[in-house]
Design a protein around this ligand. Structure first.
Ligand code: AMP
Length: 430
């Protein structure tokens, strides 16, 4: 029979790597809580239109990367519906904000999520078809202050803090403003016109983008194209006074709290809903897929999907890429912390049930316990114990009767008989 494997672009996450995932997620939850964010969990699939109307028909995500299917009706009352595995989570959060009238309270909603996203991309290191994002959104009616540049700066400062707490230091914050919904069409027009002359001299991808989505030309990485792209009109020259003032205020607040950034006029991200502030945090250690996270402001998104005016700003961190960044540091960690505290070895089948009782006592005392098997010979119990735990406890007839338990700590070779009531304490100390 042929072997069935995980689908291309998907992966199994196994221990001990999952420990790092849990650490990252726990750190994110802790930091988000300090900034008064609450968790939201939206469905993994949504109405396809949600993404075409928010992310944008012309984007790579919607035009070629979505997992979409026609859902057959199960009853006459149901209609066939086009459904899509979420390629990102901002649209889902904003849909939920609208659906549950979260703006009615007149306050800012600060929501974070952690979960898988799906895009049919060409898999490579740091790029998968099922990947995980940790993201957050600040959204609300303008009267709650949702348009304020202070929100942008606070979110960016939070990200710098989170990366700091994860021990990631050498990141670069790339920052730009893509202007308002009114500024952008003017810029795209100017870009389109400037591209008419030079497009035939650019790479094939850019020739296509020049027609379908000129902003994407700015993402081009082909070395020969760079000089020409650099000379194209810059979005900064098309910002209206309000967008310009907003961007200046974001930068001033970042300067005030010492978050460094690099203004990158070419940073126009791959989703259509962005307005004004856009950003990415990159990390050199990641190679070609160097964006750790990305985000920006989306002042018109709620209206684009049928909701009230609800400006917002958010980001999504690529959790897979955080793990890659941290993995080098963690690779030496086949240390004591990866091992159980104790291996309980029943010395014979008759002792198995009582060994389970002892293991339960120790686990209730907070220790990490591996339980062996009464059919193992002593030599095998020691071999397994040594691989799995920092200490071994031998549990035979004598121990069961006398309540004096034999313990050996592997690191020191120290051996002792300990009263059952003191065992947990003794093991904790090693
Ligand atoms: P985006 O939703 O495209 O703005 O992406 C936000 C972040 O998610 C990126 O900076 C990456 O870290 C991560 N990301 C996006 N696409 C993928 C993918 N296919 N595989 C792994 N991570 C991804």
């Amino acid at each position: 029979m042929s072997q069935i494997k995980a689908v291309r672009g998907t992966r199994d996450l196994l221990p001990p790597e999952t420990k790092l995932w849990n650490h990252i997620e726990a750190t994110a939850r802790r930091v988000f809580a300090r900034y008064a964010f609450g968790e939201i969990r939206t469905p993994i699939f949504e109405d396809t239109q949600l993404f075409s109307r928010s992310v944008g028909e012309e984007t790579d995500i919607v035009s070629k990367e979505m997992y979409t299917w026609e859902d057959r009706p199960r009853a006459q009352s149901e209609k066939a519906q086009s459904l899509t595995l979420r390629p990102e989570n901002t649209a889902g959060v904003v849909r939920a904000y609208i659906e549950h009238n979260l703006g009615d309270a007149g306050l800012l909603q600060k929501l974070y999520y952690i979960g898988p996203q799906f895009r049919r991309e060409r898999p490579q290191k740091g790029r998968y078809r099922q990947f995980f994002q940790i993201g957050a959104e600040v959204i609300g009616p303008p009267s709650a202050g949702s348009e304020s540049p202070l929100r942008d700066a606070e979110v960016l400062e939070m990200l710098a803090t989170l990366l700091g707490e994860l021990g990631i230091a050498d990141w670069t914050l790339e920052l730009n403003s893509v202007g308002s919904a009114q500024d952008r069409p003017k810029y795209v027009q100017a870009l389109r016109e400037a591209l008419v002359g030079i497009a035939p001299t650019l790479c094939v991808d850019c020739q296509r983008r020049a027609v379908t989505n000129p902003l994407r030309v700015l993402d081009c990485k082909v070395p020969e194209d760079q000089e020409k792209i650099h000379a194209l009109p810059k979005i900064a020259d098309f910002l209206d006074d309000d967008s310009r003032a907003h961007f200046a205020a974001v930068r001033a607040a970042l300067d005030a709290c010492g978050v460094s950034y690099h203004v990158n006029p070419r940073l126009v991200r791959g989703l259509d809903y962005y307005t004004r502030t856009t950003f990415e945090f990159t990390h050199g250690g990641l190679g070609a897929q160097n964006a750790l996270l990305g985000g920006g402001r989306y002042d018109g998104l709620s209206e684009a999907i049928g909701g009230p005016k609800a400006p917002g700003i958010g980001f999504a961190i690529g959790a897979d890429r955080l793990v890659l960044t941290l993995q080098t540091a963690a690779s030496g960690d086949r240390s004591a912390s990866a091992l159980a505290d104790v291996y309980v070895a029943p010395l014979g089948e008759a002792q198995q049930a009582q060994a389970l009782v002892l293991a339960r006592e120790l686990r209730r005392a907070g220790l990490r316990v591996e339980l062996g098997d009464g059919t193992f010979r002593l030599k095998k119990s020691f071999e397994f114990g040594n691989k799995l735990a920092r200490a071994i406890v031998l549990f035979g007839e004598d121990e069961a009767r006398s309540g004096q338990i034999a313990v050996k700590k592997f690191a020191t070779g120290e051996q002792a008989k300990v009263p059952r009531g003191e065992l947990a304490e003794v093991l904790r100390k090693s």
